[in-house]
Write a protein that binds this ligand. Structure first.
Ligand SMILES: *[C@@H]1O[C@H](CO)[C@@H](O)[C@H](O)[C@H]1NC(C)=O
Length: 212
């Protein structure tokens, strides 16, 4: 039996870096969070979407539909990239297939349950539109991870890679994780700031009433 390093080397040899679809898929993965962060911060500063769509709620729904569609397109490009790639025998047996289905199921449970908890505006950057949650959601899946959407999505990417039996899919999944970890670093302080501002205003309002 070969060592772990030899297995990894062999898996990497089964990635065709010359296929353009691989780069296109990686680009789409990086583009989406970049796009929604730029648009959402612009909305926060200028309210351009709320004005264009006649309200924060409709503006947020428009952004939600756009982000959702970009996600579908990104998934389409990922599957197309995988079809262009060689398979590896190690990833083609029954066990990787079952693991693939399990990851897809778990990933979807995380994504769907967090959408259920947050609602559409809570999921799709409503806080940037001034649509804030009343309180922090702490129920499942937020009691097991602080970013169920991102980790669930990453699990789905890995599950798909295993179902297709493609080492390139594992590499792309690593890229997905890097992109999401950067996004979390970028997004969390900003949304915390939005909520801290609300708390300050609430405290001020309370203090004002006491003075009366
Ligand atoms: C998270 O919440 C769910 C549903 O309330 C519960 O079944 C589960 O045990 C909780 N998990 C942890 C780690 O607290």
């Amino acid at each position: 039996m070969s060592s772990a390093a030899e297995i990894v080397t062999d898996l990497v040899k089964h990635i065709d870096f010359d296929k353009r679809s691989l780069l296109i898929s990686a680009s789409a993965i990086a583009f989406n969070p970049t796009f929604w962060n730029i648009v959402a911060r612009r909305e926060y500063r200028t309210r351009f979407l709320s004005r264009a769509f006649g309200g924060a709620q409709t503006g947020c729904y428009a952004l939600a539909i756009t982000i959702f569609s970009l996600g579908l397109f990104r998934d389409f490009l990922y599957e197309r990239a995988l079809r262009d790639q060689p398979s590896h025998p190690l990833l083609e047996g029954e066990i990787p297939t079952y693991a693939g289905y399990a990851l897809l199921a778990l990933g979807n449970i995380l994504v769907i349950s967090s959408t259920w908890q947050l609602g559409i505006t809570g999921t799709f950057l409503g806080d940037y539109f001034g649509i804030l949650m009343d309180s922090m959601v702490t129920g499942f899946p937020f009691n097991i991870t602080n970013a169920p959407m991102y980790y669930g999505s990453t699990m789905s990417f890995l599950g798909t890679a295993l179902l297709y039996g493609k080492p390139a899919g594992i590499l792309i999944t690593g890229w997905v994780l890097v992109v999401y970890l950067v996004a979390i670093q970028f997004e969390n302080p900003f949304t915390s700031g939005i909520y801290a501002k609300r708390e300050k205003e609430r405290a001020k309002a309370k203090g004002g009433k006491k003075e009366l």
